[in-house]
Write a protein that binds this ligand. Sequence first.
Ligand SMILES: Cc1cc2nc3c(=O)[nH]c(=O)nc-3n(C[C@H](O)[C@H](O)[C@H](O)COP(=O)(O)OP(=O)(O)OC[C@H]3O[C@@H](n4cnc5c(N)ncnc54)[C@H](O)[C@@H]3O)c2cc1C
Length: 359
Amino acid sequence: MLYDLIIIGGGPAGTSAAISAARQGASVLLLERGRFPRHKVCGEFVSAESLSLLRGLLDLQHAALLHDAVRIPRARMFLDGRILHASVDPPAASIARFDLDAALWHSAESAGVYARQQATVQSVGGSRPFRIVTAGKEFEARALVNASGRWSNLNLAPAENGARSEKWLGVKAHFAEPVSEPSVDLYFFDGGYCGVQPVGAGRVNASAMVRADVASSLPEVFARHPELRERSRIWTLVSDPVSTSPLIFRHPQPERDGILMAGDAAGFVDPFVGDGISLALRSGSLAARSLKSFLAGEASLNDAVRSYSQAYKESLLPVFRTSSKIRRMLVLPGYLRKPVLSFLESSPAITNYLVRKTR
Ligand SMILES: Cc1cc2nc3c(=O)[nH]c(=O)nc-3n(C[C@H](O)[C@H](O)[C@H](O)COP(=O)(O)OP(=O)(O)OC[C@H]3O[C@@H](n4cnc5c(N)ncnc54)[C@H](O)[C@@H]3O)c2cc1C
């Protein structure tokens, strides 16, 4: 069967593209390697600017997910014995990926998307139409969106992409904490950082990005930071820890061989800016909008791909630039970082400005 659009990957980028395209009247097949619900390494901080898009994507049955979500109006950065305070204005939402990804998946199904789980795409061939091969099945599509995430069998290996040779990994789990501040707390240490925020029902999510030679488990991460070690003493583990590696930052590439790349498959933004889910939702919906005139027979696929790349560069690329500048500042050698931190500590308006710039 020939579909208008096939989307590879059922995370926030893939489901956003699928729901948006199906609502435009396209026949959409969404292929996902895993099964929902499932935990995923993520800080679960959903920035405010994508909340109205998310609200529009969720079907009525899942609307409460956003309505009931814990709101995060402030950030605290624990670094070199200092605490930098910043406001997160408008507040972000804290939503467990266990719930968010499943809700988006079911919303795609109710929008009329043909959604298949445990369907790993093994290869992609052709272009007019695209031929997509999973174990024992072959599908065809007029257009293709690759939303298979940061690290999939379909994306480039790090060496091909000029990425760094240092290995970074992500680890995450939920813990019961008797009393939690409505704040995203970032604990920085040499070789990584750990984000902690409440996710509701007396739980916090702890999610770390760390160099592989520094730590490989959450207890090892907690031991790297005195305040975090102290705070985590009273926590009880309430979800199985999950991990992922390698974490590779690369220059965003919104298009490859006529395929629209969305979410992390297009480019992975530093997690501490808390914008990956937002970029995924926004790029997915942008991909569907850019394909609309091609699917209606009013433009060529090349035109659609060009318009997507252009819109991506204008509206999403600035987030990558700002986050890499801020990351460079936080990993400055101690003798340079200290004066920068003292300055930020005494200038909350500038800290707020920097936090806002990552939004
Ligand atoms: C430590 C850490 C903390 C983070 N914290 C935050 C945060 O607080 N806030 C935030 O906004 N972002 C955060 N992020 C980033 C965020 O998790 C990602 O940006 C987001 O998940 C991207 O969504 P996506 O849909 O592009 O990819 P994914 O969510 O990775 O979805 C891709 C999907 O594609 C599927 N797939 C892969 N290959 C195939 C294949 N061959 N065939 C079929 N399916 C396939 C996968 O199973 C997966 O479900 C964090 C990331 C890390 C590592």
